[in-house]
Design a protein around this ligand. Structure first.
Ligand SMILES: Nc1ncnc2c1ncn2[C@@H]1O[C@H](COP(=O)(O)OP(=O)(O)OP(=O)(O)O)[C@@H](O)[C@H]1O
Ligand SMILES: [Mg+2]
Length: 286
């Protein structure tokens, strides 16, 4: 069995396809992608030089996808996520959401970062989750508090609704950040290595919770990681980016895997192939 490597646009968002199967044989009409990244090159310009972070990246993310960007450090994963969030503009190519070009940040795309200090420390958990709902004028005071309590409950933090961030563990702070993002009901939830700074056990628990939340809410997720294992567990689709500047090297279906697959032969074989592919892409053993 070989790693399925297909043109990114040719992979249907089809949950029933066997993992690692080849390109879809029948060609069912694909729905329009929710998020389309089309020939996107991203650069950083300093007075001294221009750094090309990604080069002509093509990706289609469909509704309710858990789409993972996997690649070595410096390959432009965070930069791509920032571009989707609207913080930076492509130097070539387009990013569209629901067919509309992304021109700047908006409440339809919310980012959860790796850092534990992304929550204003002077606000309680409830205030942290309520604040963006109020600031974006989405909901009135009462409705905002109600929705905030619902998502806080979903992430298991009801007993800590009145606690401040400094009174919480790293994992709990990340749960608040996730609750805050989900409360906004974004079209796409963007996560940049959200669990990378957690210990291994907490990280695993958070992955489990994220999948349980997804099962319940079915949000669309664009998730960045450089962990192969995390990519296979969290994603239903994984795009492998080559090193600097990032290009899409291949894309695989990984929906067959979850935390219960960790020790399985299929999972290990898949992880090994991705590992080989990453090193192949890297051209080094670093
Ligand atoms: N603000 C910046 N100014 C100039 N260059 C930058 C800036 N931010 C990132 N870069 C460069 O752009 C490239 C991509 O960086 P990016 O942070 O997107 O990588 P990454 O894949 O997220 O890496 P990591 O896994 O380490 O987080 C790197 O070469 C990096 O040095
Ligand atoms: Mg990064």
């Amino acid at each position: 069995m070989t790693l399925s490597e297909t043109s990114v646009r040719a992979v249907p968002p089809e949950p029933e396809t066997a993992a690692w199967s080849g390109p879809a044989m029948a060609a069912p009409a694909l729905p329009d992608p929710l998020l389309r990244i089309s020939g996107v090159s991203l650069e950083y310009r300093t007075p001294a030089r221009v750094v090309r972070a990604t080069h002509r990246v093509n990706l289609d993310v469909y509704e309710a996808d858990r789409f993972v960007l996997l690649g070595p450090s410096g390959c432009g994963k965070s930069t791509l996520l920032k571009a989707v969030a609207g913080f930076i503009s492509p130097v070539e190519g387009d990013i569209t959401l629901d067919g509309v070009p992304v021109r700047g940040p908006g409440p339809d795309r919310i980012v959860v970062f790796q850092e534990f200090d992304q929550l204003p420390p002077w606000k309680t958990v409830l205030q942290n989750v309520t604040f963006p709902l109020r600031a974006s004028r989405r909901l009135g005071r009462r409705e905002a508090a109600q929705r905030a309590r619902q998502v806080i409950d979903k992430v298991g933090l009801t007993p800590f609704a009145d606690s401040y961030p400094h009174q919480l563990s790293g994992g709990m702070k990340q749960r608040v950040a996730i609750a805050r993002a989900l409360a906004m009901q974004p079209r796409v939830l963007l996560m940049d290595e959200p669990f990378a700074a957690l210990d291994a056990l907490t990280r695993r628990r958070m992955q489990e919770e994220l999948l349980a939340l997804w099962d319940e809410v079915r949000f669309t997720l664009l998730f960045v990681t450089h962990s192969i294992e995390e990519a296979l567990v969290v994603g239903n689709r994984v795009a492998l980016l080559s090193p600097h500047p990032g290009r899409v090297r291949s894309e695989i279906n990984s929906h067959a895997f979850d935390l219960t697959s960790l020790g399985s032969r299929d999972f290990q074989a898949a992880a090994l192939r991705l590992h080989e592919r990453l090193f192949e892409a890297d051209g080094s053993a670093a």
